[in-house]
Design a protein around this ligand. Structure first.
Ligand code: G3I
Length: 334
């Protein structure tokens, strides 16, 4: 890596750039990537780019229930610690993902036949043990993840079935008790328009806020593809109404797949345009304070390889989407 007066180049091509995090910091925006501990092995190009370009990281898998709390009396913090330590060393904020989800539930809970009382205790202990461990280190938690169906009803889950709908408010309350300074988020997909799900989310959060439940914001996952455009106007409307009830927003899992027909060049241009349009909405919305992508290199996407949904290719070369984000951050300098 060559550093010339704050200008960094770690790419094969000679184009020089200012790291995304430097541009984003001027806008008071966090720009981040999801991270897997298995990629933090020391001294790799992955780590170099991650630390140079981003000022926020999300634990892609390593804080999920089944990984961090695999047995009733066993917590395994080793992998999550690796990510948190990396972030601390590189002055990056951490988004903790995720405390309560219908997915990645360990077998000891799935097949435990616990009563409502026991499940409340299990969830409270889980949340408070994990949040306390990272108190002062995790900046924002995805406390509840994907609790709603497309039609706005509550999604069936072991938490809903055993504890009832109060599990949502309780989860925020318990997390807040364990770290009163951490920002607490509800995180979901399919809420970037004005639709049944986002309407129901809005009403639910309004009620929770009115009752004094400690919720600070909403995470918009935004896994999408070039054939499924995100309409900037409705995205803005949806963020604005949350802002009006005192909630901030983070874009939490952005990736944009390109696996459709058409020339590669055209598809990469479309992807770049979508990245910059979404970023523009975030920059235009006061309460949108972070944009996190679900990884940064196509080498490690959770999607099929042909999707190539991220801003660096599988060989760590910056794609058009990287440059479009750079340009948008530059154009919108405050
Ligand atoms: O760690 C095990 C490994 O030991 C085992 O050999 C292997 C065999 O399948 O599985 C490994 O676990 C996988 C894990 O990722 C870690 O790589 C799971 O099978 C796999 O299901 C899991 O997928 C993750 C998925 O969430 C489910 O937790 C994806 O990587 C992750 O990108 C994805 O992320 C979700 C967000 O949390 C919520 N929003 C949607 C997003 C995309 O689905």
């Amino acid at each position: 890596m060559l550093i010339i007066f704050g200008i960094v180049t770690h790419f094969k091509e000679t184009k020089e750039t200012i790291p995304l995090r430097s541009l984003a910091e001027k806008q008071e925006l966090f720009i981040g990537s999801a991270v897997n501990s298995k990629n933090l092995i020391g001294g790799t190009q992955y780590e170099k780019i991650l630390s140079t370009e981003f000022n926020m990281v999300t634990t892609e898998n390593d804080m999920k229930f089944s990984l961090i709390h695999p047995e009733k009396n066993t917590y395994d913090f080793s992998k999550a610690d690796q990510i948190v330590d990396f972030a601390m060393e590189n002055n990056q904020k951490v988004r903790g993902h995720t405390l309560v989800w219908h997915n990645q539930i360990p077998d000891w809970i799935k097949y435990g036949n616990f009563s409502e009382y026991q499940m409340r205790k299990i969830l409270k202990d889980h949340i408070q043990t994990v949040v306390s461990r990272y108190r002062g280190k995790v900046f924002a938690w995805d406390v509840v993840n994907e609790a709603l169906n497309e039609d706005g009803s509550l999604r069936d889950s072991i938490w809903l079935r055993t504890i009832g709908e109060d599990y949502i408010a309780l989860a925020f309350q318990w997390a807040h008790e364990a770290d009163p300074d951490a920002l607490l988020f509800y995180n979901d997909y399919g809420i970037e328009g004005i639709n049944a799900k986002s309407n129901s989310l809005y009403s639910m959060l309004k009620k929770l806020k009115n009752k004094g439940v400690p919720i600070d914001g909403v995470g918009y996952q935004m896994h999408t593809r070039i054939s499924r455009n995100i309409n900037p106007e409705t995205l803005k409307k949806s963020m604005d109404r949350l802002q009006n009830i005192g909630l901030q927003t983070h874009i939490t899992e952005l990736d944009i797949g390109i696996a459709t027909s058409g020339s590669l060049n055209t598809r990469l241009n479309k992807q770049a345009k979508m990245y910059s349009n979404i970023l523009k909405v975030c920059l235009d919305t006061e309460s949108c304070t972070a944009l996190v992508m679900w990884g940064f290199t196509d080498k490690y996407t959770w999607k099929d390889k042909e999707a190539r949904p991220l801003i660096f290719d599988a060989n760590y070369n910056p794609k058009k989407a990287y440059w479009s984000i750079t340009e948008t951050l530059k154009e919108n300098q405050k």
